[in-house]
Write a protein that binds this ligand. Structure first.
Ligand code: FEO
Ligand code: CA
Ligand code: CA
Ligand code: CA
Length: 651
């Protein structure tokens, strides 16, 4: 099972980040001269010869940082490592796994994994990703944990195979659709102080790729949103590839649709070539859709135009994904809302920055090679005294995309009709088309192509913004290096931080710097004793890691970093399995807090109101974690982390 699983997972990973940005937007400055670049290219093959060694800190004692009060854990390089290792004095307990009952009447998870999709509709989905904690009003011991289920893996099925070479059985497809989306679960502190699930809570809810949702904002009812099944263009069935998240000040959850393009196909090449809404996002055109071939059982995912059907059949169905979906976790009856004012791309997250005067911004990465960083600024202001008005705040606003200039300054470019060449003559007939084709609009506006922007996080007091750029093995090929993306063939990624002018979320100017370059420590050598190529060496003050992805601040200003890289690749093997690290934004010190099982990505994090419990998601482990019998299927799982003395995590 695990070889199939690994192969399948690798295939999914390999195409979730394909570079298709044709803009030719040029970063302003190249740091490296051609001769140095040549050396670096030569060096890569050396690294591929063997494991890298040297300089990896194992256990790091407490240091100068007042924030990092735990002893770091060493990297785990054993290919059979199949548990969660957490810092000394802490415990990690499986809390919520794929298949666990959520809604009333849900059966217990069955290790034989039947294809009962009706059961899956009521059980936890697969591939837990971004996660938020919502406290009940005025309560600190009771809340709702809400999380994304990004996609599915083969252990979902009894055969442990997803075979895209044949038409897919409808029952399998339905089960996969049911395992996507979002879970809402109530959690409560028990008498001993431990958080437990409330199994019979009326708030427990599953949202999936089959849940009806309302289209709101500038694309509601728009021609480009109409399909044969929804001639009004007002209601979409479901949400898919829900990666990272956001949270509004009025207590709603934002789920972000990331690699939705992998679920669609348009076989009409001439149509595809002329359709920006398909081509600029890289839909499949031959064979099957890239993920799961649902179109072989469910015609909704075949976006080939069909002139015999109203609105071209499902040619517009892909236009109905790539949005932010707002969900009210406190109202289990409320229909989720697709917020089209945010614009459409491969959206990773929607991280809130809220000013004292109620103005706000939501920051998002578009995770593909050479794509952009965006922010959405609602037109109105949050007003705690006016809850009804807050419910409309995501209806209208301005979408901006970032340009990073070589002198450490930056601009937010408004993607607004009539500005930056976004005119009808240039292919943008209206504001709705700018939002629908946000990538093309950002190309035109002159945004800076980045090394796969993943999560953003906003410091709780300074409102400094941090963004992970996970990696980009094509940097330096078609798109030259620049100051914000300085390394060719960038396997390890970097974290940027920027300050909005005047600290205002609504500013259109900012200053920025590299917070760190991830990678091997300075002085690291490969197995043959040669220095590691310069482009693989990081600037981390502390424990080495690669490919930062998940990112979040706790209330005390600790910056938590989660990693997502191929943990079997030789040049990265010395870093071991994926991990959760903690950084001090002032000293830039980084320390490894937790290591996940082999093959997993560590992603998603949330805290209880007192900061004494942390939940962390272990996504797509490959061995058998956390099967209690040690043999049955691996399951994506939320872990609950506590400090054994009951203290605040990290303190
Ligand atoms: Fe789903 Fe870019 O991570
Ligand atoms: Ca991610
Ligand atoms: Ca990632
Ligand atoms: Ca992932």
């Amino acid at each position: 099972m695990s070889a199939d699983y690994q192969q399948f997972h690798d295939r999914l990973e390999a195409h979730d980040d394909i570079a298709i940005n044709p803009s030719g937007n040029t970063p302003l400055e190249q740091l490296l001269n051609p001769s140095r670049r040549h050396l670096i290219k030569g060096g890569l093959s050396l690294a591929a010869l063997g494991f890298l060694s040297g300089g990896i800190a194992a256990c790091r004692p407490a240091s100068a940082s007042p924030l990092l009060n735990f002893t770091g854990v060493p990297p785990q390089t054993d290919p059979g490592f199949d548990r969660v290792l957490v810092a000394d004095g802490y415990s990690a307990t499986p809390f919520f796994s794929w298949g666990d009952p959520v809604e009333a009447g849900a059966p217990q998870w069955n290790p034989d994994a039947s294809d009962d999709w009706q059961a899956q509709l009521k059980q936890a989905g697969d591939n837990h990703d971004g996660m938020e904690f919502f406290a009940f009003d005025g309560e600190t011991d009771r809340g709702l944990l809400v999380m994304n289920h990004e996609y599915v893996n083969p252990p979902l099925h009894p055969s442990s195979v997803i075979d895209q070479s044949k038409p897919r059985p409808l029952a399998e497809v339905r089960k996969e659709q049911a395992a996507h989306g979002v879970s809402v679960i109530e959690v409560r502190k028990d008498a001993s102080g431990a958080w437990q699930r409330v199994m019979d809570s009326p708030y427990n809810r599953r949202i999936s790729a089959l849940t009806p949702m309302r289209v709101a904002g500038p694309l509601a009812g728009h021609e480009a949103m109409k399909t044969v099944a929804d001639p009004e263009g007002l209601e979409v069935l479901g949400t898919i590839n829900n990666c990272s998240t956001g949270m509004t000040p009025w207590g709603t959850f934002l789920t972000c649709e990331e690699n939705w393009h992998n679920y669609f196909i348009n076989r009409d090449l001439a149509d595809y070539d002329g359709r920006v809404a398909h081509k600029r996002y890289g839909l499949a055109t031959r064979g099957t859709s890239k993920n799961f071939a649902w179109e072989t059982a469910d015609p909704r995912f075949d976006a080939t135009p069909d002139a015999t059907q109203a609105h071209g059949g499902y040619v517009n169905e892909p236009n109905r994904f790539g949005w932010v979906v707002e969900i009210d976790p406190f109202d289990p009856q409320a229909q989720p809302i697709k917020r089209t004012a945010f614009g459409r791309f491969g959206r990773e997250c929607a991280a809130l920055s809220l000013a004292d005067d109620g103005r706000m911004a939501f920051y998002s990465g578009d995770d593909a090679k050479g794509e952009y960083i965006y922010k959405f600024v609602p037109a109105g202001r949050f007003d705690a005294a006016n809850p009804a008005a807050n419910r409309e705040l995501l209806e209208e606003g301005t979408l901006y995309v970032a340009r990073f200039d070589a002198d450490g300054s930056g601009r937010w470019l408004a993607l607004v009709h009539g500005q930056h060449g976004l005119t009808a003559e240039n292919g943008f007939a209206s504001q709705a088309y700018i939002l629908l084709n946000a990538r093309a609009a950002a190309d035109k506006a002159g945004a800076t192509p980045m090394d796969r922007p993943e999560w953003a996080a906003v410091h709780p007091t300074t409102r400094e913004v941090y963004v992970t750029l996970t990696n980009n093995d094509q940097r330096g090929d078609k798109v030259p290096t620049d100051k914000a993306n300085p390394r060719p063939h960038n396997l390890h990624g970097q974290i940027l931080r920027f300050n909005e002018e005047g600290g205002a979320p609504t500013a259109t100017a900012f200053t920025w710097e590299l917070f760190l370059l991830a990678g091997e420590p300075k002085g690291a050598r490969d197995a043959s004793g040669k220095p590691v190529p310069a482009n693989l060496v990081g600037t981390i003050n502390g424990d080495a890691f690669s490919s930062p992805d998940g990112l979040g601040f706790d209330k005390n200003g600790r910056l938590w970093i989660q990693t997502d890289y191929e943990d079997k690749e030789a040049p990265m093997q010395a870093m071991g399995c994926n991990q959760l690290l903690c950084a001090d934004p002032s000293t830039r010190e980084v320390r490894r807090f937790l290591v996940g099982p082999r093959g997993c990505e560590v992603t998603g994090l949330a805290w209880s109101p007192d900061g004494r419990t942390m939940w962390v998601n272990i996504q797509h482990p490959t061995l058998s974690f956390p099967a209690s019998d040690g043999k049955s299927r691996p399951r994506s799982t939320t872990m609950m982390i506590t400090k054994n003395d009951g203290g605040v995590i990290g303190s």
